[in-house]
Design a protein around this ligand. Structure first.
Ligand code: BGC
Length: 385
């Protein structure tokens, strides 16, 4: 099935996948950054012509630049050529990227869709061309043409964000401001579902009072929401994953809110970029005495915000794990096998085999241990008082 050159490449990828996986195991002891430290014994010949392509959604967020870096590290260490393309937040460009990779003869495309449903047509094109599709971080929806899904446990991301707010709240009637990701991203629903699981009982018992969403207030007695119900809320509090949308929405919310709805506030912000934007707005409001705000991704600017006390927490999703899972899945497909499935995610049409990874809550109390001692970041990137 393979020529010799491809087999060298594969062996190298398997090796790197194993290295990366080994380095991303439980963090009982600090793990050194993996790939560079243990080079393969036999260097495979350089491979021209990539058999795997990666497509990421945007360069506008540090999160996806980090994925690019980690992919490049892993593939470079293997001496394997990979094409990493960006879709610039545009489904048409994403489809053109898929078509370009197909025409170059790749066998597996690892893709993080910009828009879950719009990506279905491109995925189908890949399937028709005999190319395997690995949905990366975000699930492609409403198509059968998805072979595998590597992801973090996104419901537990939302639960971790909400739990942090709950743990910091005392008494009753605490003002709660809700924000969500883009409605075109399936993850935005999973994050919100997880957050609702934890927040709803605390809204029902009076700990929190929702201040910025009439749709959420209308549904606040329901422990479990349908996708349609979540859509209604997300439609009202979406940031569209954009900093400026998040900032404008937070400003509009605070302009509309009387001083009595401010004071010590609690903010569910869906990720780090929107968290920084929203936190800046709340910090600038004279009627906000204090705020607790969530995030996710452990982006470097947000780690600095946490060190500086401007963002309360983030959820670390170790991108090295996701990259190694994606590479392992690609290798399994290239070898004619199937990657390990620990669960499935329904994408509206099929149950997609998947392997979700665990996430870690990070705040001022553990950022050094979780992010520096683990080798995820270099302390030199941060200004520590
Ligand atoms: C990812 C997050 C990211 C967000 C915005 C989500 O699908 O899971 O890590 O912050 O998209 O890009």
């Amino acid at each position: 099935m393979f020529n010799k050159r491809s087999l060298y490449a594969l062996m190298a990828i398997v090796f790197v996948a194993a290295m990366v996986l080994a380095a991303c195991g439980p963090k009982a002891t600090p793990t050194p950054t993996p790939v560079e430290t243990t080079a393969p014994q036999v260097t495979p010949p350089p491979v021209t012509g990539a058999s795997v392509g990666v497509i990421l959604p945007t360069k506008n967020e540090p999160r996806w630049i980090q994925d690019e870096t980690r992919f490049n590290d892993a593939f470079k260490a293997a001496g394997v050529e990979v094409q990493i393309l960006f879709s610039d937040g545009d489904s048409a460009k994403e489809k053109a990227n898929v078509e370009s990779l197909i025409s170059q003869g790749v066998k597996v495309i690892i893709i993080c869709p910009h828009d879950a449903t719009a990506a279905a047509a491109a995925a189908q094109e890949a399937r028709d061309a005999g190319v395997k599709i690995v949905s990366y971080d975000r699930l492609i929806r409403d198509t059968e043409a998805v072979d595998y899904y590597v992801t973090f446990d996104s419901i537990s991301v939302g639960e971790a964000q909400a739990q942090y707010l709950v743990d910091k709240a005392t008494g009753t009637d605490n003002p709660l401001y809700l924000y969500a990701g883009a409605a075109t991203d399936n993850n935005a629903f999973l994050f919100f579902e997880g957050a609702w699981n934890v927040l709803q009982p605390k809204i029902a018992d009076g700990t929190f009072v929702i201040k910025n969403s009439s749709e959420a207030v209308a549904l606040q007695d329901k422990a479990t929401l349908t996708r349609e119900e979540m859509s209604q809320i997300i439609g009202q509090v979406t940031t569209d994953w954009k900093f400026d949308v998040a900032k404008n929405l937070a400003e509009a919310n605070l302009t509309a809110a009387p001083a009595a709805d401010k004071g010590d506030v609690f903010i569910l912000a869906p990720n780090d970029g929107t968290s920084r934007a929203i936190a800046d707005v709340f910090a600038a409001d004279a009627d906000v005495t204090s705020y607790v705000v969530s995030g996710q991704d452990a982006e470097e600017p947000s780690v600095q915000y946490i060190i500086d006390g401007k963002q309360s927490m983030t959820v670390l999703k170790d991108v090295r794990t996701l990259v190694s899972d994606a590479i392992a899945a690609a290798v399994a497909f290239l070898e004619g096998g199937t990657p390990p499935e620990t669960t499935t995610y329904n994408n509206g049409v099929i149950d997609v085999p998947a392997k979700p990874s665990v996430v870690v809550t990070v705040d001022q109390s553990n950022w050094q241990e979780a992010l520096i001692d683990s080798g995820y970041y270099d302390i030199k990137e941060f200004t520590v008082p």
